[in-house]
Design a binder for this molecule. Sequence first.
Ligand code: GLU
Length: 301
Amino acid sequence: MAPPVFRFAPSPNGFLHLGHAYSALLNFDRARETGGRLLLRIEDIDATRCRPEYETAIYEDLAWLGMAWETPVRRQSGHLADYHTALEKLSALGLVYPAFESRAEIAKLVAAREAAGPWPRDPDGAPLYPGTAKSLSADECDRLIDSGAPYALRLDMARACRRVAALTWTELGEGPDGERGIVSARPEAWGDVMLARKETPTSYHLSVVVDDALQGVSEVVRGQDLFHATSVHRLLQVLLDLPEPAYRHHALLLDEAGRKLSKSGRSTGLRELRDAGASPADVRRLVGLGQVSLGVSKTPP
Ligand code: GLU
């Protein structure tokens, strides 16, 4: 049987902190325990936020932690054609439509609806896109696109859900509410998610699903903040006829105030810790993982 494939997939939009170290080391340890392969993937499609110095720091910090990964590393910005192909496939199924409203216009549309009563929010707490652009005629869409107007390409969620049977995934870790085992996916909770923008022919959801499939990832180990996004990922996998990996979501590390660690948090940055004299073993202890050299590592939640 082929060995399991794991991946750590950071975005180079800041320096890594203890939360990233935890996720990266869990992947590394799982790969070692199972005789699996470990891939590193650079998720750098957001050109406005990603910087080469952060990418260089990712390689340095992970190597300092004692991690090794396969090369060449896949950098998403170099594979836009792969995401475009997937987008075309969804388009050909009649599941993609252009939406021309700006962020401010969408906020106004949502505010008008909220004034009339409760309006649904996605699992991250953002109001759902009201779907207004779906009523534009094909001619009107073409005219706007030809005029150079900016737009987003969105998934027609209701239509997409009608094409698939009930979706589930195998959760080897745990969701924020203790979900484990066979979990029911609820992609409709996200509404008409964005799949691409005029200037960026992909999105997080689309590229992560395409890459996990292309790279043969069999077990996705990542933070619980992405647990609910898995519903969208399962839907896209089925629509695009891609294989289904298992998922192992892990708890997030919190700071003393109980907040999620952020890339700007100085005290938990790997560079700061290293400069202050911490060793990779100290980092393992800080994130609650045992010494890998002794072959002992905490079972991920
Ligand atoms: N690039 C994402 C992040 O840095 C992680 C994506 C994933 O693991 O699916 O949060």
